[in-house]
Design a protein around this ligand. Structure first.
Ligand code: GLY
Length: 348
């Protein structure tokens, strides 16, 4: 039998790389992997080395989101920004382990800074999935987290400015006095509930929806998703966004991969985009197309919607899609000498 020469073997391998799905051909270069929404570079750079050295994916997403919480990434993660309509900063976070399908999440968490760590504590120290509001705070304090104000001079000033500006913008509708002109307290409008065509939240901008969503795949081929945010500026007190809702803010399944979302959470949670992306990837659809399909489904109903989804398969392929956003994501795997920030052309 004729022996295959080294050069011939190399070209056969190159052909395989070109024609096989990328994740199958070059798994060694593609894993482990970390991907996160936006250019929250500290979250990626602080976690790459431990992930590469073998740390579990679940630890990595908690560590990355915690870094962002401490740094108050873009004012949209962690304490001290985006006061709600009574002036309080409240936090939403979730962690999901794709190996065990366990989730811990907190919504409307008050007076505790470490939202993603409290979410993990919900997973580790209770049989529940999601705790909210004052009760989530009580749980966190019982577990040993510090209770402290999440307000800063900046958030107090932002709230006072907003009050001076007749509480504009806000998220009320069908109430009196007219919420587009006046502050509350509001009562149901004497004109009743108007069934206007559905619209997305108008007060969405790069500074106002930069949830951190992270997917990590570790050397044991376990995937985890982590999400953390302080939600929308001037949201109605008590509002919980998409971030702590399983399948909306994030989802992870070791059989497939993971996905995480950022954007107008009130709209996104109606479509469970992270779950939808993972289910499409399960059927063999590549991450870019799966994310595009999830965003398109939302846009069909809400043409002015702003948001994005990132995803990675358990083989290390990855992708993203967005609408109405200047969206970038950060990614690192062993084939990259350093973290890459990838701009995404949004679907129109
Ligand atoms: N996606 C973050 C939020 O709407 O709260």
């Amino acid at each position: 039998m004729k022996m295959i020469g080294k050069q011939h073997l190399a070209s056969v391998l190159l052909c395989l790389q070109l024609y096989l799905p990328i994740g199958l051909a070059m798994n060694g270069d593609l894993l482990p992997l970390i991907i996160n929404t936006w250019n929250f570079s500290m979250a990626t750079s602080q976690t790459w080395q431990p992930l590469d050295a073998g740390a579990p994916a679940i630890d990595i997403v908690v560590q990355g989101c915690s870094a962002c919480e401490e740094l108050q990434c873009d004012g949209s993660v962690g304490y001290g920004n985006h006061p709600d309509d009574i002036g309080e900063t409240t936090l939403d976070a979730m962690v999901m382990d794709g190996k065990t399908m366990q989730i811990g999440a907190v919504g409307d968490l008050r007076r505790v800074k470490d939202a993603i760590s409290v979410a993990r504590a919900v997973m580790n120290f209770s049989k529940h999935t999601l705790l909210v509001g004052e009760s989530a705070t009580k749980f966190a304090v019982a577990i040993g987290f510090k209770e402290e104000s999440l307000s800063t001079n900046k958030s107090v000033e932002a709230f006072n400015e907003w009050k001076k500006n007749n509480c504009q913008p806000n998220f009320w509708k069908n109430v009196w006095p007219d919420p587009s002109k006046s502050c509350g307290p509001y009562k149901p409008s004497p004109g009743g509930v108007k069934m206007t065509p559905p619209t997305a939240n108008q007060d969405i901008s790069q500074e106002n929806h930069d949830t951190i969503g992270m997917i990590a795949i570790d050397r044991m081929n376990n995937v985890a998703a982590g999400v953390s945010t302080n939600g929308l500026n001037h949201k109605v007190h008590g509002r919980v966004g998409d971030s702590p809702i399983p399948g909306a803010g994030g989802y992870a399944d070791n059989d497939v991969g993971g996905a995480a979302a950022t954007g107008d959470g009130d709209i996104m949670m109606r479509f469970l985009p992270s779950f939808f992306v993972v289910e499409q990837m399960r059927m063999g659809i590549n991450p870019d197309d799966a994310c595009t399909n999830a965003i398109k489904r939302i846009v069909r109903h809400y043409p002015d919607f702003s948001g994005a989804v990132v995803a990675a398969t358990i083989n290390g392929t990855y992708g993203a899609a967005c609408h109405n956003a200047n969206f970038v994501y950060n990614i690192q795997n062993p084939s990259m000498p350093q973290m890459m920030t990838v701009p995404v052309t949004c679907i129109s």
